[in-house]
Write a protein that binds this ligand. Structure first.
Ligand code: ADP
Length: 484
């Protein structure tokens, strides 16, 4: 099953989201654990430590007051003792509540039992003192001392244990901090690389078929209409590939129709025109009988017009092929100067008929990579126009500049003819665009010459344009690629 682009993106975002959520949960869990440990250090261990100090002070005060009472037998001192004893009992209760471990609770429990014993001894001794009978004072003193020393030692133990607890928890915290740091680095690296890999795989699965299709469209633009795209891709792109294949089939069909049209039209239009021309020539030559002068004049007009029609049909078919990209060019390194001379030779009779001088400054150029026949067509169109649209006794000048760095030659054809209005300088390169002369007349032509020139120059990768001043003349420019 092929996943759609949407599903692929959603899956990748979901994977990234799950990874991020996992990392966050891991951190949240460990941070709350560290928080717990810190709280237990502050609330339990530290406060138990402080309570054991307070309990020691309270016990010492209790012992002191008891001793004073035994010596001075003053009830007020006994009252002080009771106060200290209550204080001790209260602190012991609070400390017991703060004890986090069973061990600690046990310590406090033992202290409580011993403290009870201590109180019992104090009460027994008090009864004996109040009875004013002799009693073993030393024995009581020793027993009480033993108990109080014992309690003080126990409290010392508690402090020691709390200290140890705090220390081991801090060490534990620091070790865990290090461990979390290391694990988080590892997890982040894994998550990032997994994210990158997933993003890469998904992007590639989308980009690869698009690249194939881009290459295909380049091929189509070059005229290869084979609909053979077969891409493994998400459905949306696969649909696009199918659409391109269908388009290729249609283009191929249209291309075939176009080819048929051109070969058909060439045959259908040229053959009768040639027959008309040939037949008329035979009549003119008297091969099928005598013709009067009047008939000869008419027959010459028919020959002339047939030639013009054949020219127009050829021009139209040529231009049609060029526009359809069906004309095959043969680019070969050529000396442009020789080609220009050849073209000028064929146009010389036309120039001479109007007494137009042609100053050709094109010589010794670097070779250009061109289709000779087509560039000859360009030259004869542009120079032919320069002659055609010049007044008698006009001047035409041909120049060329090589732009080595940019890799092209720029050819210029100046004339001193009728000129072209500024607004029409672009229009003249379109089919059938003929500009009226200064007196409003249209000079004979087909209106196809410059459109054909433009197609040929574009096919060479060049540019063609014109500048002009009405009544003073025009300059036509075109560029051609150098052969290197
Ligand atoms: P055409 O067969 O009419 O010459 P082109 O396409 O060669 O067709 O030229 C189109 C029009 O451009 C011409 O009819 C003319 O009006 C104008 N033109 C072309 N070259 C020149 C020029 N050298 N001087 C003045 N006008 C020109």
């Amino acid at each position: 099953m092929r996943l759609s682009i949407f599903a692929r993106l959603i899956i990748s975002y979901l994977v990234l989201f799950i990874m991020l959520a996992g990392i966050s949960l891991y951190f949240i869990y460990h941070l709350s654990w560290m928080n717990e440990v810190t709280r237990s250090i502050i609330l339990n261990d530290t406060s138990v430590f402080e309570y054991s100090n307070l309990l020691t002070d309270a016990l010492l005060s209790e012992v002191r007051n008891d001793r004073k009472y035994v010596v001075l037998k003053d009830e007020e001192l006994y009252g002080n003792y009771v106060q200290a004893k209550d204080e001790f009992a209260k602190l012991l209760n609070e400390a017991f509540a703060r004890a986090a471990s069973e061990e600690m609770k046990h310590f406090f429990y033992t202290i409580d039992v011993q403290h009870e014993n201590f109180s019992r001894l104090v009460n027994e001794e008090r009864e004996l003192i109040r009875g004013a009978n002799p009693y073993p004072e030393d024995k009581f003193a020793t027993e009480k001392k033993n108990i109080s020393d014992n309690i003080i030692n126990q409290l010392k133990n508690i402090r020691q244990t709390s200290e140890n607890n705090i220390f081991s928890k801090i060490v534990n915290l620091s070790e865990s901090g290090d461990k979390i740091k290391n694990i988080s680095v590892i997890i982040s690296v894994i998550a990032l690389s997994t994210g990158l890999i997933i993003a890469f795989i998904i992007t590639r699965s989308i980009k690869k078929p698009l690249d194939v299709m881009r290459a295909k469209t380049v091929e189509i633009s070059k005229g290869n209409f084979r609909g053979d795209l077969d891409v493994k891709s998400p459905p949306q792109i696969a649909e696009l590939a199918t659409a391109i294949n269908t388009m290729c089939h249609r283009l191929q069909e249209v291309d075939d129709i176009k080819s048929d049209f051109f070969s058909h039209m060439s045959h259908e239009l040229r053959t009768p025109l040639t027959s008309i021309k040939e037949g008329t020539a035979m009549l003119l030559d008297g091969l099928v009988g005598e013709t009067s002068d009047k008939q000869q004049r008419i027959l010459r007009i028919v020959v002339q017009e047939s030639n013009r029609m054949i020219g127009l049909v050829n021009g139209l078919l040529d231009l049609g092929k060029m526009e359809a990209g069906m004309l095959k060019y043969q680019f070969i390194p050529t000396d442009l100067a020789t080609l220009v001379k050849e073209s000028l030779e064929s146009l010389a009779p036309l120039a001479e008929s109007k007494n137009i001088s042609i100053d050709n400054k094109i010589a010794f150029l670097q070779p250009v990579k061109i289709d000779q026949e087509r560039i000859l067509q360009v030259l004869s169109n542009i120079i032919g126009n320069a002659i055609k649209f010049s007044y008698d006794d006009g001047r035409i000048k041909l120049q060329a500049h090589v732009h080595v760095d940019e890799g092209f030659v720029e050819v210029q054809v100046h004339d001193t003819g009728i000129g072209i209005p500024e607004k029409d300088l672009e229009r003249i390169f379109q089919k059938f665009q003929q500009i009226s002369g200064p007196t409003g007349e249209k000079i004979k032509g087909t209106g196809l010459g410059l459109a054909t020139v433009k197609q040929i120059i574009l096919a060479h990768g060049g540019k063609v344009w014109a500048t002009s001043r009405i009544g003073q003349g025009s300059t036509f420019y075109f560029t051609l690629p150098l052969a290197v």
